[in-house]
Each structure stands twice: as C-alpha cells, then as structure tokens.
Design a protein around this ligand. Structure first.
Ligand code: T46
Length: 133
C-alpha cells in the first residue's frame, strides 16, 4: 500500500470561481480539533519529525510544494499542486516538506490540539518507535 494517500475533495465551480468543502466522516477520516496554515515559505525545508498519535490532512490551497513521507521502512514523495486534494498523513509517519513555490499556502487539519510531547523529532528515535508499532 502506498504511503501517499490523496483525498480528492469536491469542487463546486461556476462562473464566479471554485469552492471546495470538507466534511468530517466523509472527506476527512478523523474529527478535526485544530487547523493551522503555513505561508511565507522560503527555501528552508520543514517537518523532519513524526507524530506518535496525530493524524493530519494537508492541503496545498495555493501554489505547490513537495512532501516526503517515511514509515520507517519506505520513503515516498508527492508534489501537492491542487487546492482540491488533501494528503492524509497517518500517525507514526516521518514527514519532510520542501520546494515551496513563492505563493505556497498549506492548510493543515489536525486530529488533536498542539502537543509537543506527541512529536518525535529525532530520526533514530522515530525508527525505534516505528519498529515497535
Ligand atoms: C506537521 C507539518 C505539516 C504551535 O505552537 N502550534 C501548532 O499548532 C503548530 C503546528 C506549531 N506550533 C509552533 C511550534 C514551533 O515553535 O510553531 C513552531 C513551528 O512548528 P514546527 O517546527 O513543528 O513546524 P513544521 O512546519 O516543521 O511542522 C508543522 C507541524 O508542526 C507538523 O505537525 O506535520 O507542519
């Protein structure tokens, strides 16, 4: 099974433009407890961590960017270019983000509030954690 799980979101377009919506239980497979967004992104890559329990859906609502996902045994990359497509990031998945376009905005829906204790920011520690899963 691919690590890259893309969820296509509905687009309601007409002469005025496009509108996409997300519904918990239909488009998003977890309850949304937090929303955040990344913008004014430069050349520095981000991420380089995994989460013990957090699940997230990342949508590049403007521009494009590259995500790398790693489950401890495999690494896969995807370029996000569509505002109507979300990348599901399951728990226990190392992620790295890079190659942001100047106009890139990434909207992230998260299954829990921010909790630094849920982060694994050391790759060796992540590999041990992933092995125990
Ligand atoms: C992820 C990727 C896609 C908060 O105070 N609250 C928050 O909700 C978040 C997400 C971050 N922060 C603080 C913690 C750090 O001091 O914002 C600062 C930057 O966070 P971080 O270095 O973790 O940012 P990224 O871009 O490396 O990772 C973020 C998320 O943290 C992470 O869960 O999956 O975006």
């Amino acid at each position: 099974m691919s690590l890259i799980n893309l969820i296509d979101l509905p687009v309601y377009g007409d002469g005025r433009g496009d509108l996409s919506s997300l519904e918990v239980g239909k488009d998003v497979p977890f309850d949304i407890e937090r929303v955040y967004y990344l913008y004014n992104l430069g050349e520095s890559p981000r991420g380089f961590h995994a989460h013990r329990y957090l699940q997230q859906l990342a949508i590049c609502v403007n521009g494009h960017c590259k995500f790398l996902l790693d489950d401890g045994t495999r690494r896969e990359e995807v370029v996000l270019t569509k505002p109507n497509q979300g990348l599901l990031i399951r728990r226990a998945m190392w992620r790295e983000m890079r190659e942001f376009s100047n106009d890139c905005v990434i909207l992230v829906l998260a299954s829990a509030h921010y909790d630094e204790k849920d982060y694994i920011r050391n790759y060796s520690e992540f590999l041990s954690f992933a092995k125990g899963e």
